[in-house]
Ligand binder design. Sequence first.
Ligand code: ATP
Length: 357
Amino acid sequence: SPVQKKVANIPKALYGGRHTVTMLPGGGIGPELMSYIREIFRYSGVPVDFEVVDIDPSSEGNDDLDYAITSIKRNGVAIKANIETKSEDTSVLSRNVALRNELDLFVNVLHCKSYPTIKSRHDNVDIIIVRQNTEGEYAMLEHESVKGVIESMKVVTAENSERVARFAFEFAKKNNRKKVTTIHKANIMKISDGLFLEVSRNVAKDYPDIKHNDMIIDNCCMQLVSNPHQFDVMNMTNLYGSITSNVICGLIGGAGLLSGRNYGDHYAIFETGTRNTGTAIAGKNIANPIAMLNAAVDMLHHLGHEHHARNLGDAINKTLIEDHIFTQDLGGSASSTDVISNIMKHLAAKRTYWHPG
Ligand code: ATP
């Protein structure tokens, strides 16, 4: 479809071979993870300039958020950590959700692939999660209708359900995947999840070579834990996507490993797969930097800097698979900066220009 063709395919702000990317350091471990990316990019001579936008988590207004949105609209691409919302005022919305909604980043994609040297309950997991990213249970439409009674609206539209389902099937087709499983709770939420399922079934008809089945979210969680190998590409609404992403990441190595990609027709944001803030481990040099570095690799692919994407991806893989340099969350004793130094050691061999340090 014309929509699908446009997704994530728009070259952005390229002047003399350089890109400008918005960087949102967010809270918790975000700023330290971003500093590693800047250090590695500088060291490798990656032609990307960052426009850093800080969002004050305590602010009541939306000036910082508005500026971040303007910056992303200008640059087309952002890398972000989780932004905290500290205000107790329930009318102050989550900035993370507001960003995705405002930029219409309708799909979130997670490639959940095991690393062979990281111990986990199941080996060789290789699942793609395609998640609706802007509506469903995250519509942020909650109110107290009468005292003590809260209503929260879950919004499912045919248009967004179709965009996500089509993205899932197109992804399967392009990447030679065999099956798409739509996850839902249409037995209870007959109208909302019913629509999501019906639209997915209709889209599936356009892809006769790809098998389509569906599964209820509760059974899906059990199946993921007991037999994840039955899944290939998964297609689902927003909250189920959040839950299953965390289940799978937990199964194959935790919050510090995998990246997540957010796409719309015009913009893309790269971040960690499980979107944690990591407040408790901030500033201790113990956070696993790999998930955010994988987000940087995704971003480099998106920008078309294949050479740099490959070099950084290889350096990450060598660090985990050959050198076994693991932070505490993976059962190792390396600090965050030990991991970064090891990655830079591998990148050193790839540098093609003179560097003073
Ligand atoms: P909060 O916003 O309160 O911080 P959260 O939902 O963002 O909560 P966290 O508590 O930040 O979740 O993270 C969940 C768990 O994952 C924590 O135990 C945290 O230490 C761990 N974690 C998150 N990111 C990393 C990382 N990069 N390296 C190691 N552990 C991590």
